[in-house]
Write a protein that binds this ligand. Structure first.
Ligand SMILES: [Ca+2]
Ligand SMILES: [Ca+2]
Length: 486
């Protein structure tokens, strides 16, 4: 037990923090110099933790915490180190705005996510941009629960002439965007410009995607405008978000079948926007009327597969630098290697039952082990099939997988070209450990897409709308990013 214990404090502890910190950091730096791992004190006092890694729990964890606690822990590391926080459990009295019992985490002076945590939903893991992280726990005078458990590790920060890979590895700046994968997941080639030689060339971007360093470990953050040129927003006539889709040619949008399985959302009340970034509209966007929607004939419900649909537009899309198609892979063209970092984008919820962002958001998602994912979903009586794939963090949860819209793309960079490998289909809530998001595997439907697009001339004439007849019911509690409810 290496945590230095300050005086017992209640009520006024936060006012005294900054003065106490300086002294405590110094004392602890001496105490913990050779210490590899550290466990925060079990009672409730100011603890300054300086070891490279360790755990913090609510007092008495895993037994219930006491009433009337005000605890502060400060993780302090040298400025050349990055503190990485992982949340393992949180079970606090849940009240609106977390007024009664709560956990707050500060990255330097900035409150992480801007809000308090309570209830049972895990906060997202994160890497701190500051050299100290403050953890604040408060309980009121009634009702206590199990509490919380988090851990931290620290890794070396990259120097100024280096590029930081998403796993914290440092490579030379010159190796970014040189056409060769140098980071283990290849992400040094992701934040790069790939110029199109013709306006309609697929999979090219004139504006590089950018992931600021801090949320890289967490995932989602606002996309740079114009860095996902193939994204399409599907809205109802009244402007409300229905689903996302992707431009695959001059008059076709690829999306998910379940976006169109509710008879109340007939194509006649839907509109497609391309070139949009702000959820309420962007300058230069194109508004496109829908001629027809073809839902895959085998579609019954998302977890049974074939959750794929094509939208044919009345007028062709005008391709420009910010509006272009994405490439589609054919079966067997690319091997989806476990751990490969791919990207999902959308205007969907930032967390399960959470708020919808005002702009297009992006999230990095590693391709997950298909067998492991299948075992997880089989336990829920929804075994996966070959034409589905999983992406997201398998073990840590609270990470990444609640972002985007149904029907939106999971896209991966192969060489110098972006391909859409998945269509966002479903998941269990969002970011639940062991349950990555499930995507319709685009390559399995290459022939169907080709044939349906070839038939589109006839489809145009008929203005037909095929509706999957079976009602979609399932035990799953949340269709990832689904705006329509089943
Ligand atoms: Ca309480
Ligand atoms: Ca490289």
């Amino acid at each position: 037990m290496w945590g230095f214990k300050g005086h017992r404090t209640t009520g006024y502890v936060q006012m005294n923090v900054s003065l106490a910190v300086l002294l405590l950091i110094f004392v602890n730096a001496v105490l913990a110099q050779n210490n590899q791992s550290e466990t925060a004190s079990a009672d409730c006092s100011i603890d300054v933790l300086t070891a490279p890694s360790g755990n913090i729990t609510s007092p008495g964890y895993p037994e219930s915490y006491a009433n009337n606690l005000d605890c502060v822990w400060i993780i302090s590391r040298p400025s050349d180190q990055v503190i990485v926080i992982t949340f393992h459990q949180i079970l606090l009295h849940e009240t609106p705005s977390c007024l009664n019992d709560y956990l707050e985490v500060y990255n330097g002076d900035e409150k992480f996510t801007g809000r308090r945590f309570c209830g049972g939903r895990l906060p997202p893991n994160f890497a701190a941009s500051r050299s100290n992280v403050r953890v604040v726990f408060h309980s009121d005078d009634s009702r206590s629960f199990k509490g919380f458990y988090l851990s931290w590790t620290s890794t070396a920060r990259c120097s100024t002439n280096q590029y930081t890979c998403w796993d914290g590895e440092c490579i030379s700046d010159g190796l970014q965007c040189d056409g060769i994968k140098d980071c283990s997941d290849g992400e040094d080639e992701i934040e790069c410009v790939y110029q199109a030689s013709t306006p309609g060339q697929c999979g090219k971007v004139s504006v590089a995607p950018q992931f600021t360093w801090d949320p890289r470990i967490v995932g989602g953050n606002a996309a740079v405008p114009g860095s996902y040129v193939w994204i399409a927003m599907i809205t109802k006539n009244d402007g409300t978000l229905q689903c996302s889709g992707t431009i695959i040619n001059h008059n076709t949008i690829l999306s998910a079948a379940h976006c169109f399985s509710d008879p109340r959302t007939a194509p006649s009340i839907l509109v497609v926007y391309v070139g949009r970034y702000d959820i309420n509209g962007s300058q230069g966007e194109q508004k496109l009327e829908i001629a027809s929607v073809v839902v895959h004939e085998d579609y019954r419900s998302p977890h049974k597969g074939s959750d794929i649909a094509l939208i044919f537009l009345v007028r062709p899309i005008l391709f420009q630098s910010t509006v272009r198609p994405i490439c589609l892979p054919s079966l067997g063209q690319f091997e989806l290697i476990e751990g490969t970092q791919c990207i999902a984008v959308g205007w969907g919820q930032l967390e399960y039952e959470g708020a919808i962002p005002d702009r297009l958001y992006q999230v990095r998602l590693p391709i997950t082990n298909q067998n492991f994912c299948n075992i997880s979903y089989s336990k829920e009586d929804t075994p996966l099939i070959d034409s589905q794939l999983c992406a997201g963090d398998l073990t840590k949860g609270a990470k990444d997988s609640c972002l985007g819209d149904s029907g939106g793309p999971l896209s991966c960079l192969f060489g110098d070209t972006w391909y859409q490998v998945g269509v966002t289909s479903f998941g269990i809530e969002c970011a639940i450990p062991g349950f990555p998001g499930v995507y319709t595997k685009v390559s399995s439907f290459q022939q169907w897409i080709q044939d349906t697009v070839a038939d589109s001339e006839n489809v145009y004439k008929l203005f037909t709308y095929k509706l999957a007849t079976a009602s979609a019911t399932s035990s799953l509690s949340c269709y990832l990013f689904s705006i329509t409810s089943f």
